[in-house]
Write a protein that binds this ligand. Structure first.
Ligand SMILES: [Zn+2]
Length: 467
C-alpha cells in the first residue's frame, strides 16, 4: 500500500485541501429574487399546467409551459456559448389519475462535466399544477408555490451555474406529471438509467417559495430536507445484514442530507437545514421517490411551513378565507435563499469526487479496518466517525481505544486510481459508525458509511450479499 498517513488532524476539517489558494467564488451571490419572481409570474400566466391540459395551445396549458421551460434553457445556453444541451424526453402515459393515453414531456438541460461527464448531479422541480380535484384539467391552476417555485429555482440555478465549468455534469430538469403520480420523475429516473449516468445526488425541489402556514405560523430561516432511512432498493440479504450490523440510518440519501446541513451551516444568516428523516411528508410523495426506487441518492427540499389553504386548492373565497396557490402568497426572498443553498450544493457536488464505497472489518478485534477502492477525481480521503446514537458525523477525531492518536485523513497520489486503500482506526468498531469522505483540492464529497449498502451506487440486482 502506497499511502501516506497525515498526522495533521485539521487537514480535512476545512472541507478542501488547498484552501490556501484563491478563495473560491460563490456563484450563489448572483441568484436574483427578481428573476425568480418574473419566471414564476410567467409560469402562472399559463393559467393551468395540469398534465392533461392543452398540449398545443400557445398560451394556456402544459404544452406551452414545457415549451417555455425548454426555451428558457436554450436562452441560457445561448448566453454561455451553448454550454447546455436541451432535451425533451417524452413518453405516453396512462394510469389511475390519467385515464386516457397522454403525452408527457420533461424539459431538461445538461451541462456536461469537463472531466467526469458521466458523473451527474440533478436539480429538479415539477412544472405541472393542479387544483382541489386532481382530475380537473380545465380550471385555473396557478401552481405558484407547488411547484412554480421549484421550476423557477431550477431555471435560476441553470442561469447562475452555467457561467462556471465543472468536473462533473449538472442536469437541470423540469418534470411533468408529478400530481398525477410522479410520471415525470419516473421518466427522468429512467432517462438517467438509460444514459448510464453515475448519479451522485438528486436535489428535488417541491414547494420551496413560502414561509407562512395556514395557521399564521411563519418560519423563513429553515428549509426542510427529506431523506429516506433504509434505502428503497435493499435486497432481503442486505436488509438482514443491516438488522444485524446497523446502517438503517446511513443510506446515501441520509448522508447527502447530513452533508447539505453542514454546507448550509457555513453561511450564517442564510437558511438552516431542518433534516427530516423520512422519505417525504406524512402520507405524501414527490419526484425524489422514482430515483430512490432505483437506488440513486435523492432528497426533497421543501418549505419549513406548508400552507394548506394555498396548495391543491380551487381559486375561491369562503367565509373570508382566500384559497388557491397564487403568487401573492409567495415569499421571493425565501425562495432566493433556497435557490442559493441549492446552487452552493450543486457547485460543490459538481466539483467534489464521487463518494467511495468503504467496507469494514471490526469483528472480535480492538481496532477497526476500513478499506475502499480509490476513485477518479479524489486526491485524499478522510475517515469520519460518530457514536451509533449520534445524529451527525464528528468534526474532530476522538482518541483511540487505548488513547492513541490517529489521523482521520489518508492521502493517496493520483496514480493510485483503481487501487485499494486500507486504513486502521484504533477504535472498537462495535461502538461507532464509520464513513469515508473523498476529497480533492476543491471540495469534499458527502460521507459514505461503512455499513451494508452504504455505497452511493445502486445495489446490483443479482448481488444479494452486502458489500
Ligand atoms: Zn408538488
Amino acid at each position: 500500500m502506497r499511502y501516506l498517513i497525515v498526522t495533521l488532524a485539521a487537514f480535512c476539517s476545512s472541507a478542501a485541501i488547498a484552501q490556501s489558494e484563491a478563495e473560491p467564488i460563490d456563484p450563489a451571490v448572483s441568484v436574483s429574487a427578481d428573476r425568480l419572481e418574473a419566471d414564476l409570474e410567467r409560469l402562472v400566466a399559463f393559467s393551468t399546467r395540469h398534465t392533461m391540459s392543452a398540449q398545443d395551445d400557445p398560451e394556456r396549458g402544459i404544452g406551452a409551459a414545457v415549451d417555455w421551460g425548454a426555451d428558457s434553457f436554450r436562452a441560457i445556453s445561448a448566453d454561455c456559448g451553448n454550454c447546455l444541451e436541451v432535451v425533451l424526453p417524452e413518453r405516453v402515459v396512462q394510469g389511475r389519475r390519467i385515464p386516457t393515453p397522454t403525452r408527457l414531456r420533461n424539459a431538461v438541460a445538461i451541462q456536461r462535466g469537463t472531466e467526469r461527464p458521466n458523473e451527474v448531479v440533478i436539480v429538479q422541480g415539477h412544472i405541472d399544477s393542479r387544483v382541489s380535484d386532481v382530475m380537473d384539467f380545465t380550471s385555473d391552476a396557478p401552481g405558484a408555490n407547488d411547484d412554480g417555485s421549484g421550476t423557477a429555482l431550477v431555471i435560476e440555478a441553470a442561469r447562475v451555474l452555467s457561467k462556471q465549468k465543472y468536473a462533473a455534469t449538472i442536469v437541470y430538469a423540469l418534470l411533468s406529471g408529478e400530481e398525477q403520480g410522479l410520471y415525470g420523475g419516473q421518466l427522468m429516473a429512467d432517462y438517467a438509467e438509460e444514459q448510464g449516468w453515475t448519479v451522485k445526488a438528486v436535489l428535488n425541489n417541491d414547494i420551496v417559495g413560502g414561509s407562512c402556514g395556514s395557521d399564521g405560523y411563519c418560519d423563513d430561516t429553515h428549509v426542510r430536507v427529506f431523506s429516506e432511512g433504509p434505502r428503497a432498493d435493499l435486497t432481503d440479504d442486505i436488509r438482514a445484514a443491516q438488522r444485524r450490523n446497523g446502517g438503517e440510518n446511513d443510506s446515501p440519501s441520509r448522508n447527502l442530507s447530513r452533508w447539505l446541513d453542514t454546507i448550509a451551516d457555513e453561511y450564517p444568516g442564510e437558511l438552516d437545514v431542518r433534516q427530516i428523516w423520512r422519505t417525504d411528508r406524512m402520507g405524501r410523495g414527490g419526484d425524489q421517490i422514482p430515483f430512490l426506487d432505483k437506488g440513486y441518492p435523492a432528497v426533497r427540499f421543501s418549505v419549513a411551513v406548508e400552507d394548506y389553504d394555498h396548495q391543491h386548492q380551487d381559486l375561491r373565497e369562503e367565509e373570508g378565507v382566500t384559497y388557491g396557490d397564487t403568487t401573492d402568497e409567495m415569499d421571493f426572498g425565501y425562495l432566493a435563499k433556497v435557490t442559493r443553498l441549492n446552487v452552493r450544493a450543486l457547485d460543490r457536488l459538481a466539483n467534489a469526487p464521487m463518494p467511495v464505497a468503504p467496507t469494514i472489518d471490526a469483528a472480535v478485534r480492538t481496532d477497526t479496518a476500513l478499506s475502499w477502492q480509490t476513485i477518479a477525481g479524489a486526491d485524499a480521503y478522510c475517515v469520519r466517525v460518530r457514536r451509533t446514537d449520534e445524529a451527525a458525523w464528528r468534526a474532530s477525531v476522538p482518541a483511540g481505544t487505548a488513547g492513541q492518536d490517529w489521523s482521520d485523513c489518508v492521502v493517496t497520489s493520483e496514480q493510485l486510481a483503481g487501487e485499494k486503500v486500507d486504513f486502521i482506526v484504533p477504535l472498537r468498531g462495535d461502538d461507532w459508525i464509520f464513513g469515508v469522505q473523498a476529497l480533492n483540492e476543491l471540495e469534499a464529497s458527502p460521507v459514505a458509511s461503512a455499513v451494508p449498502a452504504g455505497s452511493f451506487a445502486p445495489i446490483p440486482k443479482e448481488q444479494g450479499d452486502s458489500e
